[in-house]
Write a new protein. Structure first.
Length: 136
């Protein structure tokens, strides 16, 4: 249930689909766009889904995106002007569909979530140890 909730949050709440004209500098893509064998491909599969697929097939190469030329990727630095111009040119040429997945930026969300998990699982244990060591 937890993983289903995280997947729904990641796909429905923390991402949005925009056109090439709506892309802005520093937007973080939610997909890999690359060229392989002269064709343009997209990879919208999440890292978690890749790990599951790699475990099912026992093929660790499934964790990597194989490409000849990387056009745009979901790095934390976001899109540059050159990347946006390249994507717009590919859309105008008809090599790429005019729909891009963009992540909503929440820089502190992972740290806050990790703090929440630590407090839920280890918070009571920590205070129990403090109380036992002080004799209460």
């Amino acid at each position: 249930m937890f993983f289903s909730l995280v997947k729904v949050l990641r796909e429905e709440v923390l991402t949005k689909k925009v056109s090439a004209n709506e892309l802005k500098e520093w937007d973080i893509l939610g997909e890999w766009i690359y060229e392989k064998d002269g064709k343009i491909y997209r990879d919208r599969e999440s890292s978690f889904d890749k790990v599951i697929r790699a475990l099912k097939t026992l093929n660790l190469n499934a964790l990597r995106v194989e490409y000849d030329k990387l056009i745009a990727s979901p790095t934390a630095e976001g899109l540059r002007k050159e990347d946006i111009e390249t994507l717009k040119a590919l859309v105008n040429e008809g090599k790429l569909e005019d729909e891009f997945v963009v992540r909503n930026a929440m820089p502190f969300a992972p740290a806050l979530f990790l703090g929440f998990l630590i407090s839920v699982f280890y918070g009571d244990l920590f205070w129990w140890l403090v109380l036992k060591s002080s004799g209460l």
